[in-house]
Design a protein around this ligand. Structure first.
Ligand code: MN
Length: 372
């Protein structure tokens, strides 16, 4: 078929067909060596349409090349995987967008000042929110040293799980970089910038202590209390949970190979829990492997959570979540009256299950206090 006839049949313009040829997405069956005219075979129609649809889907050219070479079942699987990556990426951008909207429309309160107060009448009681927390980190029963860092300060809650030969200094450095926020007044309009500074500081500090290898690094799951909200920063496979209204909700997404395979429908949850590579991280704060051009450091997820009186938050390293079921987490968090007891029970639970890894938890309660 001539390019004109083929173009009509597959409803792609000759211009698009020439482009696909140049991009090696769809090569003509034959090119006349004299005239340079392109000729297509009728069997190529199906493929031309597929390429056009995949372009419309926004799939990158390199991936289209791969999908095009596959049989229908494999191509379908790749398209499903591509789309779940797009959705995951969109979800993290959606979180950032709502963070920004929130940040720009609501003046943030100072420490311990609540948004639920009715402050027009000064004689009225004002409800304020406060954070009460406890933290505990333990080597576990198997590892020779503890490379986790857990921290709860005036505003900052953090768990970091270091890995590699310098894992302990890496997790320590990441958390250290957040501690300046404990002393900041966090005035309206500055929270986002301060978080950005803290993330940047943690990234650089980890690079510094980890050296020129991405074999050394740390996860980081941190929350920063603004007085009415908690800003969440998360990278790696440590986790944050929220116990609210009797339900336990995981509010972080593991940056692991296994989690992404789960998201893409390539693994069942049952398979994921016993997968040999379930600890393999997709993203973490690491040292820098020399690259040219240097790759940008992977960015943590950032979200803002409205706190409510009665909320209980748990931050933990995978040394807890890998061996203690979510049912048990929920039961412990529901029944322990104080954060200090909750962290002790959780760490003991991990050690009772063999304590195969370092285990760290921070438990924080949002409580309301009244003041005149
Ligand atoms: Mn761990």
């Amino acid at each position: 078929m001539t390019i004109g006839a083929f173009s009509k049949a597959c409803r792609l313009s000759p211009k698009a067909l020439r482009l696909y040829d140049e991009l090696e997405l769809l090569r003509p069956a034959r090119v006349d060596s004299e005239t340079g005219y392109r000729y297509y075979a009728p069997e190529q129609l199906e493929q031309a349409r597929l390429v056009a649809w995949l372009r419309r889907l926004g799939m990158p050219l390199a991936e289209i090349r791969e999908v095009r070479a596959l049989g229908p079942a494999d191509a379908a699987r790749e398209i499903r995987a591509f789309w779940s990556r797009v959705e995951a990426e969109t979800a993290s951008r959606r979180d950032l967008a709502s963070f920004l909207v929130d940040h720009l429309t609501r003046p943030l309160a100072g420490p311990c000042q609540s948004d639920s107060s009715t402050s027009s009448d000064p004689s009225k009681e004002t409800t304020m929110l406060e954070l009460r927390c406890a933290t505990l980190s333990d080597t576990g029963r198997v590892r020779p040293a503890n490379q986790d860092t857990a921290y709860a300060g005036a505003r900052v809650l953090a768990v970091a799980d270091g890995f590699g030969s310098g894992g302990a200094p890496a997790s320590g450095a990441a958390v250290e970089a957040f501690k300046f926020l404990d002393d900041e007044p966090l005035p309206a309009g500055s929270v986002l910038n301060l978080l950005e500074d803290a993330v940047q500081g943690a990234t650089e500090a980890v690079r510094e202590v980890a050296g020129p290898t991405d074999e050394v690094g740390t996860t980081l799951t941190a929350m920063v209390w603004t007085g009415s909200q908690l800003a969440l920063v998360h990278i790696g496979d440590s986790r944050a949970y929220l116990l609210r209204d009797g339900g336990l909700f995981r509010i972080t997404h593991d940056h692991t190979v296994v989690q992404s395979m789960l998201d893409e429908g390539r693994l069942t949850p049952e398979e994921a829990t016993v997968h040999p590579q379930r600890a393999l991280l997709l993203k973490a704060l690491t040292g820098g492997r020399p690259a040219s051009p240097p790759a940008p450091a992977p960015a943590p997820d950032v979200r803002l959570h409205d706190a409510r009186a009665g909320d209980r938050y748990l931050l933990c390293s995978d040394g807890l979540s890998a061996v203690v079921s979510e049912d048990t987490l929920k039961e412990t968090l529901t029944t322990a009256p104080e954060p200090a007891e909750a962290v002790r029970t959780l760490v003991a639970g991990a050690n009772a299950s063999g304590g195969p890894d370092n285990v760290s938890c921070v438990v924080a309660d949002v409580v309301s206090t009244t003041a005149r």
